[in-house]
Structures are given as structure tokens and as C-alpha cells.
Design a protein around this ligand. Structure first.
Ligand SMILES: [Zn+2]
Length: 543
């Protein structure tokens, strides 16, 4: 069979049109909801915008896609755009923070996380919208200009033509285009691939600006006050847990059957610093408050773990998640999230359940006579494969979605699988409290649990997390924050259970965590801000 021939410029125009119209469905859907396409204004706007997008892509291809480079460039762009389109379709925005997460996942060699995202529906989507058009591109023979000079001339002519047509359309509709774009700035988040492309540039600039600054050591004056008995804290970094699925915080289904029987303080009005792990986790341990925080800034100064260690506390970070995101760089750490051993009692569906973090806790604490803070970074409710996070015995709510693509399960099955992850978290936290209680004669102790961010479970078609903070729904930001203090520690910090019960509705956030840890370990330093300490400040002021 003879392969049909197509001119380079026509192929460029067709690919650009395909990306604009077919791979920007989430954008066009959103636009159609806000714009009446039946009016002249609405229609001309849509037409102008489509030409603008097609034109920009064409310019890019005309400039970069010379001869041998053309097909690879078009195919790579198709694959990237199709992937972005798939995620935009389930309400995930690919902004600079999301790209940073992707980079971190690659840096952590976290192939499990990547594999979990690759669901059957994603593969079907890619087959249809990337593989198929790419095959067509490969099949076609491209006719290039006979000489290089003529080729350049032709492309310049085309580029000039595209600029003239697009500019004319924009000028004609200038007033409406500027008005509508200003009023609907959030629509740009789904512009594919332009928004992710500008986000990548933003991220690159930021990371490089961050590279050459100095590290600042904070809290050189930090000292522990004498307080008698050895003090032990277990801080649990939750993953993807949202407050409104905790029965402790009012969820109608019993997801916290065990913790409800303990005397825990559950702060029902707690908010995360960010909407993704890579952004939130360093923030939880940083002395920068949310308004002044950025991951790059935080990485250039000591965090609360460094300060506690400097003051004499034995700090150990244990990870069953991707990594500590740089937080544990200067303290002892262990990572269980690799080389999974199928013979382990905690091995479950290719990974470990969070109970692995509780192995040999006592040995860790007894390693030195000093006070100890053990940080447990859990897998918690990490999506999209919620059903993989808990052992079968914790499948309390059925039927539970057993797919990597929650948007293909009925909403209640997604909710069931997700709620089961909370039932298991409840069990793990309760085991920690029981462990600390068994050792009450030897240590004064506490357990502090906070999730890094929440999760969308399909509300308004949005799944997973990571939306820009300003537009992220409450589900991605409202987090569970739970504390348990041994009765003797409660007495020593002069906190009555009644005060504690009274202050749990106060608005609190990740900003409170670093100062609370300093307070609980009786550390004196100029860094410490008692008003941010959950127990010395938030609850005391209230009581
Ligand atoms: Zn997370």
C-alpha cells in the first residue's frame, strides 16, 4: 500500500487543531457553561480563542519542528497533552506544585505511586487520543520543501499568516476577550498544554532561584528544661485524610470506633498548609507560617525536628510513604517503602500497611536515655487505589471500589473504600495510644496526628487532591488533627481534660504543629511562639 503524502504545514495545522479541540474538552466544557455559544459574542469569543490556541501551537511546531524533528515533536506533544487532558478531565490541575510532586515522585523512585495512577481508563484514553493519532502521523509521508532555504521561507510565510489571522480575530473581539478572560481567570488552569507549560517554566525559575541561597540554622538557643521522667512523642503524619470522614469530627458512619473510646482531643476546625504531600509535609515541620511558607524557603532553614534534636531530643523519622520530602535530612530516618518483602506480615497488595511503622518502637525509644520523638509518615488514605490501604479485616463498608480510577466506580463505593482507610487509620492510631499507655510508668508521652491534606471523592466531578489552594474545595484542606496526652503529661503542662475538650473547635492549622512540639518537649527558645502551641496557647487562652 502506498503511504499517502501530506505537506509539513498541513500536518502541523491538523495536529494543532486536534489538540485545541479534542484534547481541551475540560476547557471547552467549562467555557460552554459560562458562555452562550448561540450569541454572536459568545460564538466569536470561542472562535477567537480556538484560533489563538491553534495559532500558538502552530507557531511552536513551525519554529521547532524542522524536518526530522517534526514527527517526534508532534508525537511527544500529543502524548503530553493527552495525559494532561485525562487528568484535567477528573478535576486535577497540572500547576507548578503538581509538577513538583511529579518530579519528587520520580526522585524518590516511587514507581508504585506512578503505577497506581496508570489505570485501565487512562490507558484507554491514551490509546484513543495519543497512540492512534501518533500512528497516523507515523504512517503519513511528510512532504518538505525541496531546499532548506525554501522550507524556512515557507514556514515564515505560514507563521506570518497565522499571526495576522489570529491578531485580526483578537482585535475584532478585543473588548469581549479581555473582559471575559479577566472575569474567568480560573479557566486558564485547564488550557492544555499552555498552562502546564508556563507552570513548568515557573517551577524551573523558582528552583533555580532557590539553588544559590544559604542555609539558615534556627534555634541555636534551644534547650530542654528539666522535667523529670523521660518524655516520648509519637507524631503521625497522615496521608490524604479528610476531616469529614472521621466520626470523631461528626461523620455519620463509625469510622473511629476505637479512638472514640479513648480520651483524645480531636480538633474539628483544622486546616492544611497545602493540598499536596510535597507542599504540606515540609510546611508541617517548618517555622514559616502558611502565608510566608514555600517549599524552597523552608528547605533553606532548620525545621522543628532540627531544633528538637539540637535541644537534645532523640528524633527518628520512619517512612511508609514516598519520602520525608527533605524534612528528615538532618535527623535519623528509616524508609520502609521499597524492596517489599512478600513474607512480611504487613505485606499487602504490593506494599506495606501502616502497621509496619509500629515495629520495634520500644527499641527505637530506648536507644538513648534522651527524650524521643518518633515521626511516622503513613500511607493513610493515599489514592486513587484506596482499597489497597487496609487489610481485608478492615473492610467495614461494602461494596468498596476496587479500581485505580475512582471516577469509574459509583460514588458510594468510592466513599466506602475511602472510609475503610479511615477505619484502619483509627486502628493504627489506637495501637499507638495503647503502646504509650502500657509504658506510662516509664515515659510521659503523647501522640499527635495530623493529615497532610484532604481528598476530593468526586464532588462536582473532582477527584484526588492538589488543586491550587485558592480554588481547592474544603475537602482537600479540612484535615483531622488529633492529640492524645498521657494523664501525667497533661497534669505537668497544667492542662485539664475539660480545657482540652472546650478548645477543640478553635480554628487551627499546620502552623500550630512546630510550636506545639516545642511546647510538649519543654524546649525554651526564642523561636517558640506560645500563642501557636495547641496546648499552651490555643487551649489555655480558651480555658
Ligand atoms: Zn499527601
Amino acid at each position: 500500500m502506498k503511504r499517502p503524502t501530506i505537506s509539513a504545514t498541513i500536518l502541523i495545522a491538523l495536529t494543532a487543531l486536534f489538540i485545541t479541540l479534542v484534547l481541551n474538552q475540560p476547557f471547552w466544557h467549562a467555557l460552554a457553561q459560562r458562555l452562550d455559544l448561540a450569541t454572536v459574542e459568545g460564538f466569536s469569543f470561542a472562535l477567537t480563542f480556538a484560533s489563538l490556541m491553534t495559532g500558538l501551537l502552530m507557531l511552536l511546531f513551525l519554529l521547532l519542528g524542522q524536518r526530522l524533528l517534526l514527527k517526534p515533536l508532534l508525537i511527544v506533544t500529543l502524548f503530553v497533552s493527552a495525559l494532561i487532558s485525562y487528568f484535567n478531565g477528573i478535576g486535577v490541575v497540572i500547576d507548578d506544585e503538581m509538577l513538583r510532586n511529579v518530579l519528587e515522585t520520580a526522585r524518590d523512585h516511587n514507581s508504585n505511586e506512578a503505577a497506581e495512577l496508570a489505570s485501565a481508563s487512562m490507558i484507554r484514553f491514551l490509546l484513543l487520543y495519543a497512540v492512534l493519532p501518533s500512528a497516523a502521523i507515523l504512517f503519513l509521508r511528510v512532504r518538505h520543501a525541496p531546499t532548506l532555504l525554501r522550507g524556512v521561507g515557507q514556514r515564515l510565510l505560514w507563521a506570518g499568516g497565522v499571526i495576522v489571522v489570529v491578531a485580526a480575530l483578537v482585535m475584532l473581539n478585543f473588548k469581549y476577550v479581555t473582559y471575559f478572560s479577566r472575569e474567568n481567570r480560573d479557566l486558564r488552569l485547564t488550557l492544555n498544554p499552555f498552562f502546564p507549560l508556563t507552570s513548568a517554566v515557573k517551577l524551573y525559575k523558582r528552583e533555580h532561584a532557590a539553588g544559590d541561597r544559604q542555609f539558615t540554622v534556627l534555634g541555636r538557643d534551644a534547650r530542654q528544661r528539666p522535667h523529670g521522667k523521660k518524655r516520648v512523642g509519637i507524631m503521625v503524619v497522615g496521608e490524604t485524610a479528610r476531616a469529614d470522614r472521621f466520626s470523631l469530627d461528626g461523620y455519620r458512619r463509625k469510622t473511629n470506633p476505637l479512638l472514640e473510646r479513648e480520651s483524645v482531643a480531636s480538633f474539628t476546625n483544622a486546616w492544611s498548609c497545602g493540598t499536596s504531600t510535597a507542599y504540606s509535609v515540609p510546611c508541617m515541620f517548618s517555622f514559616l507560617d502558611r502565608r510566608h511558607y514555600s517549599p524552597a524557603r523552608a528547605s533553606r532553614q532548620s525545621n522543628v525536628l532540627d531544633v528538637l534534636r539540637g535541644a537534645g531530643v532523640n528524633v527518628v523519622w520512619r517512612d511508609n510513604n514516598s519520602s520525608c520530602k527533605g524534612v528528615c535530612e538532618r535527623v535519623a530516618s528509616e524508609n520502609f517503602h521499597h524492596d517489599f518483602d512478600p513474607a512480611s506480615p504487613y505485606y499487602h497488595k504490593g506494599e506495606y500497611t501502616d502497621e509496619i511503622l509500629l515495629e520495634n518502637l520500644e527499641a527505637l525509644i530506648e536507644k538513648t536515655p534522651d527524650d524521643a520523638l518518633i515521626v511516622l509518615h503513613t500511607m493513610g488514605s493515599h489514592g486513587p487505589a484506596y482499597y489497597k490501604r487496609y487489610p481485608e479485616a478492615f473492610e467495614r463498608f461494602t461494596p468498596a471500589c476496587r479500581s485505580n480510577s475512582p471516577h469509574e466506580c459509583p460514588d458510594d463505593e468510592v466513599d466506602n473504600a475511602y472510609s475503610n482507610t479511615i477505619v484502619y487509620t483509627d486502628y493504627v492510631l489506637d495501637r499507638i495510644i495503647r503502646f504509650l499507655r502500657e509504658h506510662e510508668d516509664r515515659y510521659d508521652s503523647f501522640m499527635l496526628y495530623a493529615s497532610d491534606h484532604g481528598e476530593s471523592l468526586g464532588e462536582n466531578g473532582v477527584y484526588l487532591h492538589g488543586l491550587p489552594y485558592l480554588i481547592a474545595p474544603e475537602a482537600q484542606k479540612h484535615i483531622p488533627l488529633i492529640a492524645w496526652l498521657s494523664p501525667e503529661l497533661e497534669r505537668k503542662i497544667r492542662l485539664s481534660p475539660k480545657t482540652l475538650a472546650d478548645c477543640t473547635d478553635e480554628p487551627v492549622s499546620h502552623d500550630n504543629l512546630a510550636h506545639t512540639l516545642l511546647g510538649l518537649f519543654d524546649v525554651s527558645t526564642r523561636l517558640y511562639r506560645p500563642e501557636l502551641d495547641l496546648f499552651a496557647g490555643v487551649c489555655r487562652q480558651h480555658g
